[in-house]
Design a protein around this ligand. Structure first.
Ligand code: DQA
Length: 146
C-alpha cells in the first residue's frame, strides 16, 4: 500500500473558524477526512500531522525519510513564505512532494506570492480548496508508484 503523509503548518489547526472566505468552512479534521477518502480512492493510506512549530515540522519531514512514507503533500501555512529550514528539509527528502494551499496565494498580499518551498517540490496547487487537496493526493500517489 502506498503511504502518503499529509503535513500542515501553523494556524491550520484553526480551519473552520479562521477566515472562511479564504480557507473555506471545513475544520482541519473534516479536511483530513476528505483527504483520507481521496487517498483510499487512489489506493493509498494517509498519515496526517499538523505543527505550530517550525522545528517539529522539520523533524517530521526528516522522519519521513525512514518511516516508509512514499510521498508527501504539504501545506506549510506561513512557513511557505520564509522557512529555509523547511525548504532544506524537503530538499533532502527524496520522494514525490506536492505543495498545496487552500487559498489562491497569488491573488492575496504580496508576501504570499513567494514560496521558498516550491522549488524543492514536484509541483504546487493553490486556490482550489479541498479539491486541490484531492488532486494533490491523487497525483502524489500516482507519482509514488511511477
Ligand atoms: C495557506 C496560505 C498561507 O499564506 C497562509 O499563511 C496559511 C494558509 C493556504 O492554505 O492558503 O496559513 O497556506
Amino acid at each position: 500500500m502506498t503511504r502518503i503523509l499529509l503535513l500542515h503548518g501553523p494556524n491550520l489547526s484553526q480551519l473552520g473558524e479562521r477566515d472562511p472566505e479564504q480557507y473555506g468552512s471545513l475544520s482541519l479534521s473534516q479536511l483530513v477526512d476528505a483527504a483520507t477518502e481521496a487517498a483510499g480512492e487512489a489506493g493509498a493510506d494517509l498519515d496526517h500531522a499538523q505543527y505550530e512549530r517550525e522545528g517539529e515540522l522539520v523533524a517530521r519531514v526528516h522522519l519521513a525519510r525512514t518511516d516508509g512514507t512514499d510521498a508527501v503533500v504539504i501545506n506549510p501555512g506561513a512557513f511557505t513564505h520564509y522557512s529555509y529550514a523547511l525548504r532544506d528539509a524537503l530538499d533532502i527528502l527524496d520522494i514525490p512532494k506536492v505543495e498545496v494551499h487552500l487559498s489562491n496565494v497569488h491573488a492575496r498580499e504580496s508576501f504570499r506570492h513567494r514560496s521558498v518551498v516550491s522549488a524543492v517540490c514536484d509541483g504546487t496547487i493553490a486556490g482550489l480548496g479541498v479539491d486541490g487537496y484531492r488532486a494533490a493526493i491523487s497525483l502524489a500517489a500516482a507519482r509514488a508508484r511511477a
